[in-house]
Design a protein around this ligand. Structure first.
Ligand SMILES: Nc1ncnc2c1ncn2[C@@H]1O[C@H](COP(=O)(O)OP(=O)(O)OP(=O)(O)O)[C@@H](O)[C@H]1O
Ligand SMILES: [Mg+2]
Length: 268
C-alpha cells in the first residue's frame, strides 16, 4: 500500500480511470467542507476507482445541506456503479474525530438516505493513516475549513483538536491581497505555476495552522508528523510546519487523497 496506491487513486479521481480489482470491493465516503470524495478498493485494499465533487454541503464537520449531501453521494455512487460495473449496498464514511453522537448520526443518515448501509464509521485521521500505512504518530489535516491535529497510538486516536483555519482562509487572504473575487483567488491558489506568489501570501496562514498544531502537541511526543489535506498542496506548506514545530514533517504527494482513499480500506 502507501504512496504508490495514493498516487494511483488521485489519478483515478481526477481522470475517472478504473482498474479491474479482485475480491470483495469496498466503498468509502469522505464528506468534507470543500470536497465530497468516494473511493472503491478491492479485496486487497488496492484502489479500483474514485469520484469527487466540489461541494458546500458540509461546513466545519457539520452537514449544513442535508438534501444536497444525499444527492451528491447518490450521484457519485451511481457514477461508480456504472464505471466499475459493481452495485454497492454499503459504505464506510469518515467523521472528524471527537464529534458528538448526534452529529455522527446525521452523517449516517446521509449515507442511509443514499440507499447504503453503514459499513464502518472511521475517524478522518485513522482513514488517512490507513492509506499511508501508519498506525502511530501525528496526523495534521489541513482542509478547507479547519486544521485538525490527531495523535495516533496503535491505530486509535488518543488526542484530537480541530480549529477553524484552513484553505478557505488562504483564499480570503489571496482575494484581499490581489483585489480579486473569491472564486478567482481559489483558482489562482490551486494553479501550480502561481505557487511563487501564492506561497508567500499565505505564509502567515500556514504559520497560524502550524501554531495550532504546536499548541496541541505541546509537552507530548508527536512521533512521526504527517501533513495531509488539500491545503498542504502548496509547496511551502511542509517547510513552514517543520520550522514552526521544530520537528521534521512529512507530506505525501497528493495530500488531498489519503483520507478518502483510506476510508474504504480495511484496517490492519
Ligand atoms: N493544488 C492546490 N494548492 C493549494 N491548495 C489546494 C490545492 N488543491 C486543493 N487545495 C485546497 O485544499 C482545500 C480542500 O482540501 P480538502 O479536500 O482536504 O478539504 P475538506 O476535507 O473538504 O475540508 P475540511 O477537512 O476542512 O472539512 C481547499 O481549500 C482547496 O483550495
Ligand atoms: Mg477534510
Amino acid at each position: 500500500m502507501g504512496r504508490q496506491a495514493l498516487k494511483k487513486f488521485a489519478k483515478m479521481v481526477r481522470t475517472g480511470e478504473v482498474v479491474e480489482g479482485s475480491g470483495e470491493y469496498r466503498l468509502g465516503i469522505d464528506l468534507g467542507t470543500a470536497n465530497i470524495v468516494l473511493s472503491v478498493v478491492d479485496g486487497s485494499n488496492n484502489p479500483v476507482a474514485g469520484a469527487w465533487r466540489h461541494s458546500t454541503v458540509v461546513r466545519d464537520g457539520i452537514v449544513v445541506d442535508w438534501l444536497g449531501a444525499v444527492r451528491a453521494v447518490q450521484e457519485l455512487k451511481e457514477e461508480l456503479t456504472t464505471s466499475t460495473g459493481h452495485a454497492f449496498d454499503r459504505a464506510a464514511f469518515t467523521i472528524p474525530p471527537g464529534i458528538d453522537e448526534a452529529t455522527v448520526k446525521v452523517f449516517a443518515n446521509v449515507v442511509q438516505a443514499a440507499d447504503l448501509e453503514v459499513d464502518e464509521v472511521v475517524d478522518e485521521p485513522v482513514a488517512a493513516a490507513t492509506a499511508l500505512g501508519i498506525t502511530d504518530g501525528t496526523i495534521i489535516d489541513v482542509g478547507h475549513g479547519t486544521t485538525g491535529v490527531s495523535l495516533l497510538n496503535d491505530g486509535k486516536v488518543t488526542l484530537s483538536i480541530d480549529e477553524p483555519t484552513g484553505g478557505h482562509h488562504m483564499t480570503l487572504v489571496i482575494a484581499g491581497a490581489m483585489g480579486v473575487d473569491y472564486e478567482e483567488a481559489e483558482k489562482f491558489k490551486k494553479t501550480a505555476k502561481n505557487a511563487n506568489i501564492a506561497g508567500p501570501l499565505v505564509r502567515p496562514t500556514l504559520e497560524k495552522m502550524a501554531t495550532i498544531a504546536a499548541r496541541a502537541l505541546e509537552g507530548r511526543d508527536p512521533g512521526t508528523i504527517t501533513l495531509v489535506g488539500g491545503a498542504a498542496s502548496l509547496p511551502n506548506a511542509t517547510g513552514v510546519f517543520s520550522q514552526v514545530l521544530g520537528h521534521p514533517v512529512e507530506c505525501p504527494a497528493e495530500p488531498l487523497f489519503p483520507t478518502p482513499l483510506g476510508v474504504a480500506m480495511r484496517r490492519p
